[in-house]
Design a protein. Structure first.
Length: 367
């Protein structure tokens, strides 16, 4: 019988394997596609932030940044003595219209309580800080300018976590788990992401397709933060000499990862041009689509021990936040498995029980 089996070798599975291996557990990770072509993390924009509504999500974001800064030391291996995540700490900027303002003011109280280090500005004063952005229709905005948020290379981060876990004794194998009955282990961790419901059919986590477009613009603004406009749902950031922008229109029950090409002219381009005038003259140069592992109940994570089993734990439903919360989730699951309780950030609010009881805990910041 195995000690610990982790179902899913994506960013959550790799992080969990790393932290458990650090504690001396013998971990086997089963991943159905070791190329990770359809995994959520490599198809994301790579953002990491602490601007959330829930305090627990804010604290997970703070820990992730701390962890990412220590990757060169903590994740170095004999084969990779200089791991990197290619961090770009340009910050995050979130824009809110009147319909979301009151909700955001409540969120700012949580930011302050968690010492998030974010700043707030009225829409009418937005140009004082970001002269290239129009404040039309913006009631309030939050941002960070002290290198505490930004984006990374998801593939490099996953590779560093996985390689360090392997050096610590973890084993990654190819396999397609269809049922928990196939596994004999002291502890089972489901980190199956978008395919969670296939293994745990009482958990409402399903794949949701999101399209990302690449475009070029005559004017380059390299210092631009990763910006999310909650009035349109469009989000964007620089990428080399070009830019990336996400469509605000997700697709449920998608059978493929073909980009939703029409979204560019119908939704993304108008949203970009409305906010930044130089984006009126842009040209799309490519696109891709990826899945979010979405919790249909409330867009929040499902983390913890499953009450229907003696030895099954899970972490899923991050709805676009898996990459940025992976370090904290891996650490939390390890605490729960090895000590029986959370020791650092209490994630009891994300428990499996609340989902089974249909108790919503809404996280409105979905981009």
């Amino acid at each position: 019988m195995d000690d610990v089996v982790v179902i899913g070798g994506g960013i959550i599975g790799a992080s969990t394997a790393y932290f458990l291996s650090k504690e001396g557990r013998k971990v086997k990770v089963i991943e159905k596609d070791p190329t990770y072509k359809k995994a959520s993390f490599p198809l994301s924009l790579g953002g990491f932030r602490r601007q959330f509504f829930q305090k627990e999500n804010i604290m997970l974001g703070k820990f992730s940044r701390e962890f990412l800064l220590n990757v060169p030391n903590d994740l170095k291996t004999i084969n990779n003595p200089n791991p990197t995540v290619s961090m770009v700490p340009n910050g995050y900027l979130l824009l809110f219209g009147p319909e979301h303002a009151e909700e955001q003011y409540l969120a700012l109280e949580n930011h302050k309580a968690c010492d998030a280090g974010t700043k707030n500005i009225k829409g009418s004063e937005l140009k004082k800080v970001f002269p290239y952005i129009s404040g039309e229709g913006i009631e309030t905005a939050t941002y960070s300018d002290t290198k505490i948020e930004g984006w990374i290379d998801p593939y490099l981060f996953h590779n560093a976590l996985k390689n360090k876990a392997i050096e610590l004794g973890a084993e990654f194998i190819k396999g397609d788990v269809k049922s928990l009955k196939e596994i004999e282990a002291t502890t089972i961790v489901s980190a199956a992401g978008c395919w969670t419901n296939e293994i745990l059919n009482d958990i409402p986590v399903f794949p949701q397709k999101h399209t990302v477009f690449r475009f070029k613009c005559p004017k380059h603004i390299p210092e631009m933060p990763l910006t999310g406009d909650l009035t349109t749902g469009v989000y964007w950031r620089p990428e080399g000499k070009e830019y990336l922008a996400g469509s605000p229109k997700p697709v449920w029950d998608a059978d493929d990862l073909e980009p939703e090409w029409n979204d560019f002219e119908e939704l993304v381009w108008p949203g970009l041009a409305k906010r930044i005038s130089v984006f009126e003259e842009i040209k799309m140069t490519g696109a891709w689509a990826g899945y979010y592992d979405c919790n249909k109940l409330d867009n929040n994570a499902v983390v913890g021990k499953h009450p229907g089993y003696k030895n099954v734990y899970m972490a899923s439903g991050f709805t676009g936040r898996g990459l940025m919360q992976a370090p904290g989730i891996g650490r939390a699951l390890t605490e729960l498995i090895t000590t029986g309780s959370y020791q650092t950030i209490d994630l009891g609010c994300f428990s499996v029980e609340r989902v089974l009881k249909q108790e919503e805990r809404i996280e409105p910041y979905v981009l």
